[in-house]
Design a protein around this ligand. Structure first.
Ligand SMILES: *Cc1c(COP(=O)(O)O)cnc(C)c1O
Length: 360
């Protein structure tokens, strides 16, 4: 039941039939089945290729937020210093989470329409000496893509212990190697570039981060600890979802069959197309400097002469659904999500045609 002919929300995205078919079967209880552990490990291996890491990631049951909270809670103890590098809502969210855990937090805010500057991160690291630095690769509400690998190199030079990166809306569509970026905790969701439904959270964990997890000893539904040797012990901390894992496994296979570089190139082409068509109809890009934009989502200013509610209603009447916005950008910036299955030239061309038609 997809009521929209043209779904272009920046996640959850349209799910391919093969992924739906893998999920739509009956499976035994996973707990004691070797086949389930085989499936889990195969999916881990596929994700390692997609994420560029030598470390098998934890795949947790829950929407992507489960790993945003779980990774932070599993490493941070009260009094730790956390530097949150922010270009918007998700960046600020990490500052709020860390504060909630009793950390001493500094927010390095670059505003909404500019990418983070690694030189300013370096200066802040020297002044504040954080134990953990957090960053967001694609800040989905503004469409800003941050240079997280360059920031990782800076943190490496300064000996920062833990680097946590939210790459939920970028991996699979924008190039990023977790290990080359020196990322200790890299978070990924299923409903963005992987084009699966929103019910698993993925986190690649470095050896250094596993040590931090052991030391912190956090226990809870979202705790990372039990996933370290879940396969070796053949024991998950709760009943996993075979349906969700089967779907994710197929989603990863489809991405790897296309080829990671080919998929990234497709995202780049579609993003450029979306931006060109937007400019041609007089829309203003957000961020204004296109070099700061992610290949997975394009944000535009809501144009003069129409308010967001009216624009949204007109688009939905024509079968097109795009993303609105939150916080400071609510009503001012809207977003075309061209990630995963939605990074499709024909789909985006048709959608942009609908937008051109309904503008005043
Ligand atoms: C989608 C997304 C998440 C997961 O958040 P939801 O709002 O629950 O979908 C986390 N981080 C980023 C950058 C995202 O785009």
């Amino acid at each position: 039941m997809q009521p929209y002919r043209l779904p272009l929300v920046p996640g959850p995205v349209r799910v391919p039939a093969d992924v739906l078919a893998a999920r739509g079967q009956d499976y035994p209880s996973p707990d004691q089945e070797e086949a389930f552990f085989t499936l889990y490990q195969r999916t881990q291996q596929r994700l390692q290729t997609i994420m560029g890491t030598a470390h098998p990631p934890a795949i947790m049951l829950g929407e992507a937020m489960v790993v945003l909270w779980g990774a932070m809670k599993s490493c941070i103890v009260p009094g730790d210093r956390v530097l949150a590098v922010s270009t918007g809502l998700f960046g600020e969210g990490f500052a709020d989470m860390a504060r909630g855990l009793g950390a001493e937090v500094r927010l390095l805010d670059f505003g909404d329409d500019e990418a983070a500057d690694p030189h300013r991160v370096a200066a802040e690291v020297r002044a504040f000496r954080p134990r953990m630095v957090t960053a967001v690769h694609c800040e989905t509400p503004s469409g800003v893509l941050n240079p997280v690998a360059e920031i990782g190199a800076v943190l490496d030079r300064h000996g920062v212990e833990l680097y946590l990166v939210d790459a939920v809306a970028s991996i699979g569509g924008a190039p990023l190697s977790v290990d080359e970026g020196r990322i200790d905790l890299c978070l990924l969701g299923t409903q963005k570039c992987l084009s699966a439904p929103p019910d698993l959270g993925i986190v690649a964990v470095s050896s250094r981060a596993w040590e931090a997890v052991e030391r912190a000893g956090y226990a809870g539904y979202d705790a990372l600890g039990p996933f370290r040797d879940a396969v070796a012990k053949a024991y998950f901390p709760y009943t996993h979802s075979w349906h969700a894992m089967a779907g994710l496994d197929v989603a990863c296979r489809l991405l790897l069959e296309e080829g990671l570089e080919a998929a990234q190139a497709r995202h780049g082409r579609v993003a450029a197309l979306c931006r060109r068509l937007g400019r041609e109809m007089g829309l203003e890009l957000f961020p204004r400097h296109e070099g700061a934009s992610s290949p997975t989502v394009t944000a535009f200013l809501v144009p003069q002469g129409i308010d967001w509610a009216t624009l949204q209603r007109r688009l939905r009447d024509r079968g097109l659904v795009v993303g609105g916005n939150y916080g400071r950008l609510a009503g001012k910036v809207f977003r075309v999500g061209h990630m995963g299955t939605q990074a499709d030239e024909a789909l985006v061309t048709e959608a942009m045609g609908v937008i051109a038609d309904v503008l005043p």
